[in-house]
Design a binder for this molecule. Structure first.
Ligand SMILES: [Zn+2]
Length: 276
């Protein structure tokens, strides 16, 4: 599943190739995503300049003067960029195509849990869109720190791993990164979120930013079939220190890494280095 680092890498690549160019074609080959693609979308963006391509959580935001095109990669989506003149034939599951000057982007999504939605400017700030309004803070927002974590987990008995994964306190800590950041911070994944001290939350906030920044620099993870918008595979999973390493020695103390299941997702941790 594409995680925040993959989406960030995709946003940067789309921005580099598309920002400043006008849309000369938008083709929809399949409307049946998690929500149907609006039939009004091509007419809304045709001839409009792409002002920027950014990200909020795992939503890609294509900014136009008259609105925002939201796209989500769901379980299996990926944008790939081609030269319009020499683009390869459309593959199965290439459902949407945007062409702008010297670049064309295709959204491939075999499972179609993704989204392509149009938010007209007249409906107000996209941040208030129902899909975005409930998201947690961005991990690179300066307000995300130990105090933020303490204040937003007060009295919560749920395990910190599940709280991170839910994305309502902070976005972007997906399943791989939840295991990795808790390992970096020395926090046992089953610890009730409301019982973690400010000092340990400071370590966790730092770890979240550090691990996500490393993953973005590495081009996202290679789990499943993710590849960046330019088609190059990401490399983060090779750098994972505990994720997917059950039975291997902990890189810090040598204790075998353990795997448990929390809210139906696998968690990896070191039973010696990570304390409740
Ligand atoms: Zn250890």
């Amino acid at each position: 599943m594409p995680e925040l680092p993959e989406v960030e890498v995709t946003a940067r690549e789309l921005a580099r190739r598309f920002a400043g160019n006008r849309v000369c074609a938008l083709r929809i080959f399949h409307r049946g995503f998690r929500l149907p693609v609006s039939a009004a979308l091509p007419a809304a963006v045709l001839g409009q300049p792409v002002e920027a391509v950014g990200r909020r959580g795992k939503y890609l935001l294509w900014q136009f003067p008259n609105g925002v095109l939201l796209s989500h990669l769901g379980m299996s989506g990926a944008w790939r960029i081609h030269e319009p003149g020499s683009a390869p034939p459309r593959r199965p599951h290439d459902h949407v195509e945007i062409e702008c000057g010297d670049a064309m982007a295709r959204l491939n999504d075999p499972r179609r849990f993704g989204l392509v939605l149009w938010h007209p400017r007249v409906e107000g700030d996209v941040a208030a869109h129902p899909l975005l309004a409930t998201l947690g803070i961005e991990p690179f927002d300066p307000r995300f720190d130990a105090d933020w974590l303490v204040n937003h987990t007060r009295n919560q008995r749920s395990a910190i791993k599940s709280v991170l994964l839910a994305g309502r306190v902070v976005v972007g800590v997906g399943n791989i990164y939840a295991s990795e950041t808790l390992f970096e911070a020395g926090i046992h994944p089953a610890t009730p979120a409301g019982r973690i001290s400010r000092r340990r939350y400071a370590l966790l906030a730092d770890a979240v930013r550090r691990v996500l920044a490393q993953a973005i620099a590495a081009g996202g993870s290679t789990l499943r079939d993710f590849s960046g918008a330019d088609g190059a595979p990401g490399h983060y999973t090779n750098a994972a220190r505990v994720y997917g390493r059950a039975g291997e020695p902990c890189p810090c103390c040598g204790t075998p890494i353990r795997r448990i299941v929390q809210t139906q997702r696998a968690t990896y941790f070191c039973p010696t280095c990570q304390k409740s």
